[in-house]
Design a binder for this molecule. Structure first.
Ligand SMILES: CC(C)(COP(=O)(O)OP(=O)(O)OC[C@H]1O[C@@H](n2cnc3c(N)ncnc32)[C@H](O)[C@@H]1OP(=O)(O)O)[C@@H](O)C(=O)NCCC(=O)NCCS
Length: 201
């Protein structure tokens, strides 16, 4: 199915019973879930305001695909029906052949949603879904060396810090060093949650 029809066929907000709940520990955040994008989400999440999210002009109105692991895609992070941000993925490769392809993930939360454990939950949940629905062995995430909240959130989501990629990202008019983190399939899962993928009702 083409990406556009896959997205159109998705229910904008998952029924309550299908929501993926965050374990009630550390932070008082409940009823979190990941779901497919709508056009309204694209407009709202253009307001994610962070120096770490400034990559210039991008095409604003087409929702990214949610159910195709082969290509880049994204899901919206919601608390109940309130949109908090998004998680996304792309497919870096470390050599020839499908076995060398990994997943790279990213996240952006609206300013009001930060610092409550949402970023930790959402990235942990996306990794769980990737390992559940694909045979990939490795998920990686890079963040600016100065982005301490994201480094901390990745650590709490079960990622291991691997090292610094020098001058790896052009952003806001200069090159930035990035810290690379990864989780392997065999790494310990921080905690079990619901087994459903947001596209599979
Ligand atoms: C980075 C981001 C995804 C993290 O999500 P979040 O929900 O705010 O993170 P969490 O609340 O799960 O965890 C953040 C942790 O960082 C810690 N932290 C916050 N500011 C910190 C700082 N200046 N120094 C060190 N640690 C810090 C918090 O205390 C928390 O750890 P704790 O639970 O042990 O106390 C979110 O803040 C965001 O979207 N920021 C803007 C966009 C962005 O940076 N995206 C990532 C680009 S790679």
């Amino acid at each position: 199915m083409p990406a556009s029809s896959a997205v159109r066929s998705l229910t904008p907000v998952m029924p309550a019973a299908a929501r993926l709940r965050r374990p009630a520990s550390v932070h008082a955040v409940a009823d979190l879930s990941l779901r497919a994008f709508t056009v309204e989400d694209v407009r709202l999440l253009a307001r994610v305001d962070s120096e770490f999210e400034q990559f210039g002009v991008k095409s604003p109105l087409r929702p990214p695909p949610a159910c195709q692991w082969a290509e880049p895609g994204a899901l919206v992070v919601v608390e109940g029906e309130v949109v908090l941000g998004d998680v996304s993925w792309y497919r870096p490769t470390h050599g020839p052949g499908e076995g060398s392809r990994t997943f790279g993930i990213g996240i952006g939360l609206l300013p009001t949603a930060r610092g409550r454990g949402v970023g930790t939950w959402a990235q942990r949940e996306l990794v769980r879904l990737i390992f559940l629905h694909t045979p990939v062995n490795r998920v990686e995430a890079g963040t600016d060396v100065t982005n301490l909240p994201e480094q901390r959130a990745l650590g709490k989501a079960g990622f291991t810090r691997e090292g610094v990629l020098r001058g790896a990202q052009w952003r806001l008019g200069s090159w930035h060093d990035m810290v690379l983190f990864s989780r392997l399939r065999a790494d310990p899962e921080p905690s079990p949650t619901d087994q459903r993928f947001p596209c599979h009702k």
